[in-house]
Design a protein around this ligand. Structure first.
Ligand SMILES: [Zn+2]
Length: 428
């Protein structure tokens, strides 16, 4: 099924009046410039080569060792995902360890957190992943790290040059607790303008252009805590609040505005406008078991056939919801849950591949993607994880075992990425 047909290359077509965008329709934009879609090969569509999930652009005051600042603790708990702050002296020392060591597996297994886990700043480890990916038959990688979680175009380009792997970079902002302080004062159009500039001209003075919008988050796990700053909220409170939102989603009838933070919806609107104005695809961080937020994107005039729902495990596991998503034209992507830590699958690997095979048999073989979303140190080969080779060692063989043909696997790994990454004519 050929969705989103592309026009012939027009690399320097005239700018339009209001959007003022040079169209790159028919080409793919990497950090080293535009490439022809035929150069893409097998693609990992949702990765992070260099990132920092320790609220790097938020003035938390936390950078080095020692006691955590109250602002940091508050924001970290408000993620609703990585909220277990160290409480004992032993846990604090574990948190403060300068790097992830094999001796720390026990603590990680107990659910303790350590700060280095959240930062991908080991360039050798990243280069090792790209080189292993290329050696195993990989083609290109999409780095969906956004502003606020340590996106660094110069580092990404250097890793791409060193490995020879083409990398497509993202633009946009991550979850609200990672937003730079000025974001709350900016308008939807202002944010859309910045994304359009990064796609058409480049990031700041680097001249390095984004080639996709995202990962744009729409995540019900976040919560604004009313307790006084400086309080470490009990884990049970966060779990209960998160459950209440999930119950509301499952009960039906809620709109995106009921469930998501207004600042995340603002960024989503801006991202949809930027997709409409540039013809670039929009990739989401959307881990919840529903798709009502697609109405927000559609209302902005963006093409849902150019939208990837990332972290879509819970959508794909629900057959009725998956069919509804496919009918609206979006592509569902399984990623983070396919990783391996310390030789073990971290998610329901077999069940998820079963669902991918189901989607192909049900006629949606051009609307599913697999990636790995290596975003924590533990997933990297250097730190005992399966790394990018998991695609070749576990995922492709797993799809073959489920009876998928070479062409069907090619649709997931090559053809659908090519369709999405190839920029189309703007909608104006
Ligand atoms: Zn994500």
């Amino acid at each position: 099924m050929a969705l989103g047909a592309v026009a012939a290359p027009r690399p320097d077509a005239a700018a339009t009046a209001s959007g003022a965008t040079r169209t790159l329709a028919g080409r793919i934009m990497t950090v080293r410039g535009p490439i022809d879609p035929s150069q893409l090969g097998i693609v990992l569509m949702h990765e992070h080569l260099a990132s920092d999930m320790l609220l790097p652009d938020v003035p938390t005051g936390y950078r080095g060792h020692g006691p955590l600042t109250s602002a940091f603790v508050r924001r970290f708990q408000e993620t609703g995902r990585y909220f277990r702050m160290p409480r004992t002296a032993e846990q604090t020392a574990f948190w403060d360890a300068p790097n992830l060591e094999p001796t720390m597996l026990d603590g990680l297994g107990r659910g303790w957190l350590t700060k280095s886990q959240f930062v991908l700043d080991d360039r050798e480890a990243a280069a090792q992943e790209l080189e292993a990916f290329r050696t195993a038959g990989g083609g290109s990688v999409v780095d969906v790290t956004t502003i606020g979680i340590g996106r660094d175009p110069v580092v990404i380009r250097a890793l791409s040059e060193r490995s020879g792997v083409p990398v497509v970079m993202g633009t946009g902002w991550y979850r609200w607790m990672f937003h730079p302080p000025d974001l709350a004062r900016r308008s939807v159009d202002d944010l859309a303008d910045q994304m359009v500039t990064e796609l058409t001209t480049g990031v700041g003075a680097t001249g390095i252009r984004a080639g996709i919008i995202g990962e744009i988050p729409i995540d019900a796990a976040g919560l604004r805590l009313p307790d006084p700053p400086g309080t470490i909220v009990p884990d049970s409170v966060i779990v209960a609040r998160r459950q209440a939102v999930q119950d509301r989603i499952r009960a039906g009838g809620a709109t995106a505005e009921h469930v998501y933070d207004a600042e995340e919806i603002k960024v989503l609107r801006a991202a949809a406008r930027a997709s409409r104005r540039t013809g670039a695809a929009l990739t989401l961080h959307a881990p919840d078991p529903w798709i009502a937020y697609l109405d927000v994107i559609a209302a902005e005039g963006a093409d849902l056939r150019r939208v990837v729902v990332g972290h879509a495990d819970l959508v794909l596991l629900d057959e009725a919801l998956a069919r509804e998503a496919f009918a609206r034209g979006v592509t569902l992507q399984i990623d983070y849950q396919l990783q391996r830590y310390g030789g073990r699958d971290i998610g329901p690997f077999d069940q998820l591949l079963d669902r991918v095979a189901w989607a192909v048999r049900a006629g949606y073989g051009h609307q599913v993607l697999v990636s790995l979303d290596l975003c924590f140190r533990q997933g990297l080969m250097k730190f005992g994880g399966g790394g990018y080779p998991t695609l070749f060692e576990r995922i492709i063989p797993g799809l073959e075992q489920r009876g998928l043909t070479a062409d069907e696997i090619d649709a997931i790994l090559v053809e659908t990425p090519k369709r999405l990454l190839t920029i189309v004519e703007p909608r104006g």
